[in-house]
Design a protein around this ligand. Structure first.
Ligand SMILES: *Cc1c(COP(=O)(O)O)cnc(C)c1O
Length: 372
């Protein structure tokens, strides 16, 4: 699905040198590489504060802690996403409220958010799924009307742009009250282990979060709040500093690959290729995900695997049906889109090293099987 070795070979000398330098200066935790990376990412995203942490799941949890969400507060998020999003809500004893997504973008449906709001609702967590920005105009408007926080789960869309109706643009993750991202190796900006970060334009919130990631300490050995230990290693920051200047080129390579796939699938029966709203830069294709309409998805997965083509099903089970997150509050008729998507979606190999020959082979193998 991804070609991390191919990408590494391209940047090997630079990465190796920067990692070895960390070894030499031995500032393994909170070294200068971490601070430099933080500043460089702030500049890239156009966001006032980046707080590096240990992984994307921690980033979400810490953002919620920093915003002061309390047990019993309701947090609305998408039913069709990776479990981390809902996991941290549940861990903090907040009440997850899962809602349906849009059939074309797979992103959280603003109308479903509106219907789910109660007096206990405190926050909305939109996930920019598969690399495409959610409808932030509508989500920010709903949040403002109802006095809610917005925490963007930007684990899959770093580098994507969002264009507001008023003509302004911002990077995904620079829009809500806070945002989280992951530097898991296969993400669009991946390190060589675990890593993550929280973003916010709110300086007070940033200050609070900088303490939370470090055991609730704002002054050495004074613990003002209950915190966690969540840090980005200096070695990972060194890798990320090498890769950040290449992120736009990496995302462009993904967009080029996506365009070639979509050209091949255009007009083909029973195959729906990813829909992008507006300009192409709103989607950085963390995944290239098709819908297969004739019930052959599972057979297709098997067929592709037999032909040496990796593929994935993200996600095969709606979160509201997962054992850990089931609840009597949920009714099946509230999730028509997610319930259908879990049976239709398939994600194809998508990375920075795909060439035209590979794309054509994958597309032709798929088209022949689906419509044979
Ligand atoms: C990867 C991912 C996370 C979690 O990131 P980790 O670094 O693996 O903890 C959270 N949300 C979404 C949508 C993700 O894709």
């Amino acid at each position: 699905m991804v070609d991390l070795k191919g990408q590494y070979d391209e940047i090997k000398e630079q990465v190796n040198a920067s990692v070895l330098e960390v070894m030499e200066n031995t500032a393994f935790i909170n070294g200068p590489e971490v601070h430099s990376f933080q500043k460089e990412l702030e500049d890239y995203l156009g966001v006032k504060n980046v707080i590096p942490c240990a992984n994307g799941t921690d980033a979400l949890q810490i953002a919620m802690m920093g915003l002061g969400l309390k047990p019993g507060d309701e947090v609305i998020t998408a039913d069709f996403t990776f479990a981390a999003t809902v996991e941290v809500i549940a861990l903090l004893q907040l009440t997850p409220v899962l809602v349906d997504v849009e059939p074309d973008t797979f992103n959280i449906d603003p109308e479903a958010i509106r219907k789910a709001i109660t007096p206990k609702t405190k926050a909305i967590v939109p996930v920019h799924l598969f690399g495409q920005t959610a409808n932030m105009d509508a989500i920010m408007e709903i949040a403002e009307e109802n006095n809610l926080f917005v925490i963007e789960d930007n684990a899959q869309a770093i580098g994507a742009n969002y264009h507001f109706k008023n003509g302004k643009s911002k990077k995904a993750g620079a829009i809500g009250h806070a945002a989280s991202t992951s530097f898991f190796p296969s993400k669009n900006l991946g390190c060589y282990g675990d890593g993550g970060a929280i973003f916010t334009n709110d300086d007070e919130l940033a200050h609070s979060i900088r303490g939370i990631v470090n055991h609730g300490m704002y002054e050495r050995y004074h613990h003002d709040v209950v915190g966690v230990n969540s840090r980005l290693d200096s070695i990972q920051a060194a890798v990320l500093r090498t890769k950040l200047p290449k992120l736009d080129a990496y995302n462009k390579a993904r967009q080029d690959a996506a365009r070639k796939y979509s050209e091949a699938f255009k007009g083909k029966k029973n195959i729906v290729f990813p829909y992008t709203q507006g300009t192409e830069d709103t989607h950085v294709y963390h995944q290239y995900t098709l819908k297969i309409l004739n019930g052959k998805r599972d057979a297709l997965v098997k067929h592709l695997n037999e032909n040496g083509i990796p593929c994935g099903v993200y996600y095969p089970i709606p979160l509201h049906s997962q054992k850990a997150y089931r609840d009597d509050r949920y009714k099946e008729e509230d999730f028509p889109v997610t319930n259908q998507l879990v049976q239709q979606v398939i994600s194809l190999p998508m990375h920075t090293e795909l060439d035209e020959e590979q794309i054509n082979f994958i597309a032709q193998t798929l088209i022949e099987f689906v419509n044979q």
